[in-house]
Structures are given as structure tokens and as C-alpha cells.
Design a protein around this ligand. Structure first.
Ligand SMILES: Cc1cc2nc3c(=O)[nH]c(=O)nc-3n(C[C@H](O)[C@H](O)[C@H](O)COP(=O)(O)OP(=O)(O)OC[C@H]3O[C@@H](n4cnc5c(N)ncnc54)[C@H](O)[C@@H]3O)c2cc1C
Length: 481
């Protein structure tokens, strides 16, 4: 007989860890919870020695059929929290209501207000540093004080007080019990001082709860079903194939691997694996006259909301701007060559929300079904129309910044935010999970994470992913508290 658990959770990234955090608050003292993680525990020490965040290369887990478009994943305990940039922006209220406010895209089946309280909990757990003012409504202040602006950010804030903000980031401004303050040294992909929140440094305790059995190097191949319910999972351990049963199955394997697992389980839906998307990134490099950049206190030193919310969203994509305070990312163009003027140059990333397209997909690789496969045929016209307005946007920024010239405007290969593929909605015909991330057909199966996002937002996804997991766990246990 296969072993039986109350709950089986797949993955140990943001989606699973925040779900488990709340689930444990409700679970009985004798609950049996199995967590299956495909990767290893690649400790910070291992990461620094190997200058990598995962010991499993991406090509061991998926095939990318369009190499111009990158999708990034870091398999292992803690998921992408090991490699993420730490950006912790909430979505704006309008991101949830594109159709009803602006007549484009589709509305999410829940609102900003539904998530507001959960956002606050996530920010506390991650100890987020953020602005004292805020572009979106908040019921409480950020747990950490804001970082220091770079000089270009300070000018932009002065000129556009309602449009420019300190970043919401998990790169600590002041030390926490487990993380030192950000050193802004520019080696940010590894974060050698461990200043940014990761599951390893901030939420590993939930996996050590006595009710939880965590198995590493245990990739899940499929979900088993019987009588209209999910009955358990099948996973591998070494050469063995193992079956395990559960009353509740929770997928938190990311927008890349949730659809892969569901497709391999023959849990079909016409939209499954479709609408793969992320923000369209455009990197803009500007030369400044007499204003020095790169002097903020963390890797991204400012966020511009000037072109985010508003009636323009009826016609073209909204945009969130990042000021980059870490020149390494831009290689040889990072600095000017003139004596005494080498930091009079600013890099900004403009991120536009994309309207998901059905022809951008995750499928199962035919040659090796253990690999997911991505296909990307392009961004929506909506996103492209937004990006075409960058010269005008730069003209607006020039009201605050002495811009000497535009050095380059380049579309980036990725924002590293994989979204869509198992979309949520109220109607089972046009969505796969409901507003509480419960599968419409298999009511004891939850599919967590950014796979549920029906539309993109210019904002980063992970605090929303985490807040959604709290919201889903609360709903599951409604009336039980
Ligand atoms: C370089 C980079 C920078 C980023 N920066 C930011 C940022 O600044 N801000 C932001 O909000 N977001 C950022 N992101 C995106 C962010 O990492 C994701 O939104 C987030 O990780 C999604 O959480 P998740 O738990 O759904 O997925 P993941 O974090 O990917 O976790 C999924 C887990 O499932 C496991 N898994 C997958 N398949 C299986 C299987 N078959 N069996 C068992 N386990 C499996 C994986 O190993 C992993 O542990 C960044 C991403 C990258 C790659």
C-alpha cells in the first residue's frame, strides 16, 4: 500500500513555503505533510564557492525552443528565492481589473483589497524595505525603512513626488536577526552577504516542523486521480518510482513546471500550458550632465510609477521603471570614458505588462517527457505599443534629469518572471483554477504560484505569489480557526 499523507506539497519556493506557513497554523498536531522537492539544498556556502544558485543546470529541466527569449529557473530547496533580485513591489489595484477599468484583457477573479492584508504579512516575513509614501493603498507601513536614493532618483522624486518612489525590496536596509544590511557592492546575483530574503534564510523553519517530511531530490512526475479527486502523486527517488496518497495535493512547482506536471498527469484543459508570459523589458541607458549615478544604497535604487496606472492603459501597456544602481549588469557600457564623468550615466529598465497570448506555451518535451518545453512567439501588440513610447517617456524624465543623450534602448531577453499557464478565473470554461487556486475539476488539488496569473502587471510577481498562497490556505481552512 502506498503511504498516505494528509497533504502533499510539491516544491519549496515562495508559493509552497508561504502556503505551508499558514497551513501549519491550522493543521492538527498529528497532521502528516509530505513536501517533495526535485532539487538539492544548495547552501549559501555552496552557492558562493560555485558562483551559481543551483547545482542543477536549467537544460536538465526544460528545453527552450526560442533562444532569443530567456526563461530563468533555479531548481533546488527554496526555488528561485535563491536567485531572485529581491524586488518586492505589490501589484497596483488596476492590475486586477484591466477589463472593467480599461476595457482590455481580463479581470482577475479577486481584487487588490482581497490581498491587502496578506501582502502585509508577506512583507513582515520578508522584512521588506520600502517607501514611507506609497503608490498603492496600504494599511500599515513597511517593516524596514527605505533605502537611499541615487542622485538621479532624488531628482526624479523631487520633480515627480507622486511618480517616483524608493524601491520595495527584501535587500535589507537595516540588519535583521538573520540578514545583514545590503552592501550594494554589485555582486547582487549571488548576494554574498545574504542580505536579501530567501526561503533558506527566512522561512526554512516551516519545512523543519515535526509534522512535515521534506524529501529532496524527489522530482514529481505526475498527480494521480481517482473518482474525480486527486488521490496522490508519483515521484522518483534515485532509480525508484514511488506512489504516495494524500487527501490534499498542492502544486507549487512554478509557472514552468505546474503545467508540465498537470499535462503529464493527463489533467487536461484547452488553456493548460498556454498564456506563458512575463513583462516586456526594455533597458534604457542615458548620459547625464553633471549628475552622478550609482550612489544609492541597494541594487535597484528607485521605481518610477509615472507611466503605470491611468487611462493610457486602454490603449497601451503600463510601465514600471527601475533605476539600476549596479553597473555590472550592463558590461562595457556601464561607465562613460570621460575623465571625472564616468558615473554621469544612468541605466533604467522599463517593464511593460504583456497581454498573454495563447501561442506562448509550456508543453511536455516529446523526446524526453521529464523536460518541460517553452515556445514564445512574441509579445502582444499592447506591450509593443507601450514600448514604442519610450522616447516620449524619456522626454518626460528630462524635466527632472539633465539628459545629455540616449546611449542605447535595448529590449532585454527576460525579466525572469514566469507567469500564466494555469490561469485562474470564475468560469471553468475559460480558466483552470478558481479564485482560491483550487482546480475547477479536482477540488482537492491546489495549483499555487504565478501560473494562476490571468494577466501580467508591470510589477514583480513574488509578493503576490506569496500573498495568494496565504489567501488560498486561509480559504481552505475557513471556519476552522
Ligand atoms: C534571476 C531571477 C530574478 C528574479 N527577481 C525577482 C524579483 O526581484 N522580484 C520578484 O518578485 N520576482 C523575481 N523573480 C521571479 C521569482 O523568482 C518567481 O516569481 C518565484 O520564484 C515564483 O515562486 P514559486 O514558488 O511559484 O516558484 P519557484 O521559486 O520556481 O519554486 C518552484 C519549486 O518547485 C520545484 N519543482 C519544480 N518542478 C518540480 C517537480 N517536478 N518535482 C518537485 N519539485 C519541483 C523547484 O525546484 C522549486 O523549488 C526572479 C526570478 C529569477 C530567475
Amino acid at each position: 500500500m502506498p503511504p498516505h499523507y494528509d497533504t502533499i506539497i510539491v516544491g519549496t519556493g515562495f508559493a509552497s513555503a508561504f502556503f505551508l506557513l499558514r497551513h501549519l497554523e491550522y493543521a492538527s498536531p498529528d497532521a502528516k505533510i509530505l513536501v517533495l522537492e526535485r532539487g538539492r539544498l544548495d547552501s549559501k556556502k555552496w552557492q558562493l564557492e560555485n558562483r551559481a544558485t543551483s547545482s542543477i543546470p536549467a537544460h536538465n529541466v526544460f528545453v527552450n525552443k526560442n533562444l532569443d527569449k530567456h526563461w530563468l529557473t533555479s531548481p533546488g530547496f527554496g526555488g528561485n528565492s535563491n536567485c531572485w533580485w529581491g524586488g518586492a513591489t505589490r501589484m497596483m489595484p488596476g492590475d486586477f481589473q484591466l477589463q472593467s477599468r480599461y476595457g482590455v484583457g481580463i479581470d482577475w477573479p479577486l481584487s487588490y483589497d482581497d490581498l491587502e492584508m496578506h501582502y502585509g504579512v508577506v512583507e513582515d516575513v520578508m522584512s521588506v524595505s520600502g517607501p514611507v509614501d506609497s503608490p498603492m493603498p496600504r494599511s500599515k507601513p513597511f517593516p524596514q525603512p527605505p533605502h537611499i536614493f541615487s542622485d538621479p532618483d532624488a531628482r526624479l522624486k523631487k520633480h515627480f513626488p507622486e511618480g517616483w518612489f524608493h524601491p520595495a525590496t527584501t535587500r535589507a536596509r537595516v540588519a535583521t536577526a538573520s540578514r545583514p544590511a545590503c552592501c550594494a557592492s554589485g555582486v547582487c546575483e549571488l548576494c554574498p552577504v545574504d542580505a536579501k530574503f530567501t526561503i533558506q534564510n527566512g522561512l526554512a523553519s516551516v519545512f523543519h516542523d515535526p509534522r512535515v517530511t521534506l524529501l529532496l531530490e524527489a522530482p514529481v512526475d505526475g498527480i494521480e486521480t481517482a473518482g474525480g479527486r486527486a488521490s496522490g502523486v508519483v515521484y522518483r527517488q534515485g532509480d525508484r518510482t514511488v506512489h504516495a496518497e494524500a487527501d490534499l495535493v498542492v502544486l507549487g512547482a512554478s509557472a514552468l513546471f505546474n503545467p508540465h506536471i498537470l499535462l503529464r498527469s493527463n489533467i487536461q484543459h484547452p488553456l493548460l500550458g498556454k498564456r506563458l508570459h512575463e513583462q516586456m523589458p526594455v533597458d534604457v541607458c542615458l548620459d547625464l550632465k553633471g549628475v552622478k549615478a550609482y550612489n544609492g544604497s541597494t541594487t535597484i535604487s528607485g521605481n518610477g510609477y509615472l507611466f503605470y496606472e491611468g487611462e493610457h492603459r486602454r490603449d497601451h501597456a503600463a510601465c514600471l521603471i527601475e533605476t539600476w544602481n549596479a553597473p555590472f549588469a550592463y558590461g562595457r557600457n556601464a561607465f562613460r570614458s570621460e575623465r571625472d564623468r564616468w558615473t554621469e550615466r544612468v541605466f533604467m529598465r522599463f517593464m511593460f505588462d504583456d497581454l498573454p497570448r495563447d501561442d506562448n506555451t509550456v508543453t511536455v518535451n516529446a523526446a524526453n517527457p521529464q523536460l518541460a518545453e517553452t515556445r514564445f512567439n512574441g509579445y502582444s501588440d499592447y506591450a509593443l505599443r507601450g514600448a514604442a513610447l519610450i522616447p516620449k517617456m524619456v522626454e518626460t524624465l528630462a524635466q527632472a534629469l539633465p539628459i545629455e543623450g540616449i546611449v542605447s534602448v535595448l529590449t532585454g531577453a527576460t525579466t525572469a518572471h514566469i507567469q500564466g499557464t494555469v490561469v485562474m478565473g470564475d468560469d471553468p470554461a475559460s480558466s483552470i483554477v478558481d479564485r482560491h487556486l483550487i482546480h475547477h475539476q479536482y477540488r482537492n488539488l491546489l495549483v499555487l504560484g504565478a501560473s494562476a496569473f490571468p494577466t501580467a502587471a508591470p510589477a514583480y510577481p513574488s509578493v503576490t505569489v506569496s500573498a495568494l498562497s496565504l489567501w488560498a490556505a486561509d480559504h481552505l481552512h475557513e471556519g476552522q480557526a
